[in-house]
Design a protein around this ligand. Structure first.
Ligand SMILES: Nc1nc2c(ncn2[C@@H]2O[C@H](COP(=O)(O)OP(=O)(O)OP(=O)(O)O)[C@@H](O)[C@H]2O)c(=O)[nH]1
Length: 713
């Protein structure tokens, strides 16, 4: 038995030694380098793999009609046989001999075929085995499908033709056509779909039927204005929540849970159907049962009908609470009658709608209502798997000054634990602390439980989906990808909210919340302003304060504004240089004010479409105070250096100290040396005195601005 070294074999086959080493490794034959010996068994295997390979390459040769090349390359292989190794193994000489002895073609298929082919090239193409399965993305051209099936395009074209489809080689075939053709060859087809890493649906865990357990119903109370939604929610909470929970302080977290006959019911504590609908518009379905409150003295009103339609669209069972039956003018029968017109027919009248008569104010009939809720819950067979990572929906979220982003989450499946890694809408983090509706810290939250959590890196939106990930790293990756996606979407949409076109965007339904970032010089102002701004509501559009802070407007404020489509309000503070640049490139609107009511007025009138800025402030230059001269008769002269733009005699001046506007004033005198001048340009020194403010300090900055009339769009 003779042996051959890797490099020799490689040379013989006209391939690199590396390729041979890899092939041997694939065959589990250990070789250390190109000098290693290949034993006979391994060589046999290698020979076979080369035979198979060359059979495959023949297809190409035939296709190009260049059969001579194929034979040449076979010859080359022989010619490259290492010298001095003539005894180079019987195997080799046998194989080579195969070429010389066509009659024994079976020993060397390649050689045999080559010879045959040179006689009858058209017939000799070997059929590559049809694959068991092919994969594709989107669509395939006929030629691509042919290649995947190891067939000629003509064959596929013919098959298509027989199926009544006229196609050319380059024609794109859709999924159906691909499947049809593959079915003829008994080949399985799999469509490769790009997985969207930001889509939480891709991470959803399917529960086995056996793992599902009963869960409490999540109930929303809807109805017309003043029909008693809040009173009903309050009376349910007051009568039930504190029972057995002595000392429990109810807390408004957007939802609460009560217990009736040993069973829990979760109420979304957001009166009106606004929450219900806005969540649904985000694709979140949190409600299992809708309670429709109708005042017995008022009957069916426009919002009652709206509520019915929303509940029907969401395919949520409706229980009618006929409220205020304590009133003299109460007429429950009329309510029932009116509701039949909307397909809600009481059981007594042959329908299947549950009606409960109650007085939310007098707390009568509450137990009946709860009993009916439990009944519907049973019928609906509401289930979840508590033994898996949690997922659900954001009920409410806001930024808390002390605790950072705070979100009330409704766990809809699984159980949430403190410490869980979580992705919530576009934010993510680890559940730092969980508080229930009684204000108590809890460690776990089972299905249908509302909990308030902290630990997120930003404020999510109501209606956002959340999901707990077992792997913290994965949670972070998904969260970061989602955040990045949002930044890109906002950037590409280019439709940043600016106060000037806010009204149009509201009208077109593009804006539902106005996100604001509030920066001010002192805590008190931030708080006062945030509180007043949050109260503004025009046409159902609300102000949402997503971030507040004390100090200059920074680049990170601008980036946050850009990512969340927010407007920045600076109260007595300015953007620093980087923030200015970022705001320009990111197209973020920064509004600067010195009087609180002006801020409120501006936002409110912008929302009403009445923003009418006829004049706009234009900053024309900046100067740095380098030296202070106190002159008894004149006051304080600020020896200044113009760093940007120009300072003009008639400009208004803001004095900025540590990024905070400390005063606004007028120029009293502007001098170059001893002369009064009308303006001083960049890189020139000048002496400035102000009309009323004299407490200037070295390092102060003068910002010069003029009011310019602007053209309205
Ligand atoms: N007599 C009587 N008055 C009630 C009853 N329920 C509510 N009210 C009164 O009706 C008025 C409106 O009640 P709310 O609970 O604020 O009504 P609402 O539907 O939440 O109203 P909006 O929040 O404005 O949509 C209040 O003055 C309540 O005291 C009731 O059962 N009987």
């Amino acid at each position: 038995m003779s042996k051959i070294r890797v490099y020799e074999y490689a040379k013989e086959k006209n391939v690199s030694s590396k390729e041979i080493i890899n092939k041997l490794k694939d065959m589990n034959v250990e070789v250390s380098n190109h000098m290693s010996m290949i034993n006979d068994t391994a060589k046999d295997k290698l020979d076979k793999s080369f035979t198979a390979k060359s059979a495959g390459s023949e297809k190409v040769a035939i296709k190009t009609g260049n059969s001579a090349n194929t034979s040449n390359s076979a010859n080359n292989g022989q010619n490259n046989k290492p010298k001095g190794k003539s005894g180079g193994g019987q195997n080799r000489s046998q194989q080579r001999g195969g070429n010389n002895r066509p009659g024994k073609g079976g020993q060397n298929r390649r050689g045999g075929r080559n010879n045959n082919r040179s006689q009858k090239p058209q017939q000799k193409r070997p059929a590559m085995p049809t694959p068991d399965k092919i994969t594709f993305k989107g669509s395939l051209a006929v030629s691509e499908l042919a290649a995947k099936l190891h067939r000629e395009s003509a064959e596929i074209i013919k098959k298509l033709f027989l199926q009544g489809v006229m196609a050319t080689k380059n024609q794109e075939l859709d999924k159906d056509a691909i499947e049809l053709i593959c079915a003829e060859y008994d080949v399985e087809v799999e469509e490769e779909v790009d997985v969207d890493v930001t889509d939480l649906d891709n991470y959803k865990i399917e529960d086995k039927e056996d793992d599902l357990q009963e869960r409490p119903a999540v109930v929303t109370i809807m109805g017309h204005v003043d029909h008693g939604k809040t009173t009903l929610l309050d009376s349910i909470r007051d009568t039930k929540v504190t029972e057995g929970e002595a000392g429990g302080i109810t807390q408004h977290i957007g939802a609460y849970q009560i217990e009736e006959n040993g069973k829990k019911i979760t109420f979304l504590d957001t009166p009106g159907h606004a929450a219900f609908t806005s969540m649904r518009s985000r694709g979140a379905q949190v409600t299992d049962i809708a309670i429709l409150v109708v005042a017995a003295d008022d009957g069916v009103m426009p919002q009652t009908v709206e509520a019915i339609n929303h509940a029907k669209a969401a395919e949520v069972p409706i229980i009618i609470a006929v409220n205020k039956i304590d009133l003299e003018g109460a007429n429950p029968d009329r309510v029932m009658q009116e509701l039949t017109e909307h397909g809600l027919i009481p059981e007594d009248w042959g329908g299947d709608t549950i009606f409960v008569q109650l007085s939310a104010k007098k707390r009568e009939g509450i137990d009946d209502l709860l009993e009916m809720i439990l009944l519907v819950t049973e019928v609906e067979e509401l289930k979840a798997n508590p033994n898996r990572p949690a997922e659900g929906t954001v009920i409410e979220a806001q930024l808390d000054k002390g605790r950072g982003p705070v979100a009330t989450l409704l766990v809809q499946n699984g159980t949430m634990h403190v410490g869980d890694s979580i992705v919530v809408g576009h934010s993510y983090g680890r559940v730092r602390a969980m508080v229930n509706d009684l204000g108590r810290r809890v460690k776990t939250a089972a299905p249908s439980t509302p909990v308030e959590i902290t630990g997120l890196n930003s404020v999510p939106n109501a209606g956002d989906q959340f999901m707990v990930f077992k792997d913290e790293k994965q949670a972070r990756q998904v969260g970061e990808a989602k955040q990045q996606r949002q930044v890109e979407e906002n950037r590409s949409s280019g439709a940043r909210v600016s106060l000037d076109d806010l009204f149009n965007q509201i009208k077109q339904g593009e804006v539902k919340d106005i996100n604001l970032i509030v920066k001010a010089d002192v805590h008190g102002s931030v708080e006062a302003m945030a509180a007043s701004l949050e109260k503004i509501e025009v046409e159902g559009v609300k102000v949402r304060i997503i971030h507040t802070g004390v100090g200059a407007i920074t680049e990170s404020d601008v980036i946050l504004a850009s990512a969340s489509n927010a407007i920045i309000i600076g109260f007595n503070v300015r953007p620093d240089t980087n923030a200015k640049k970022a705001a320009e490139s990111e197209n973020v609107d920064i509004r600067q004010h010195r009087i609180i009511y002006k801020v409120i007025e501006e936002i409110e009138s912008a929302m009403k479409g009445m923003l009418d800025p006829e004049f706009e402030e234009k900053v024309i230059g900046q100067a740095e105070v380098r030296e202070i001269f106190k002159v008894s008769r004149i006051g304080t002269i600020a020896g200044s250096y113009v760093t940007e733009g120009k300072i003009t005699r008639d400009a208004s001046i803001r004095v900025i100290r540590d990024s905070v506007v400390i005063v606004e004033d007028e120029i009293d005198s502007l001098k170059r040396f001893k002369d009064d001048v009308r303006e001083v340009a960049t890189n020139y020194e000048c002496g400035i005195t102000l009309k009323s403010f004299h407490d200037l300090k070295e390092g102060d900055t003068f910002e010069a601005y003029v009011m310019e009339e602007i053209e309205r769009k």
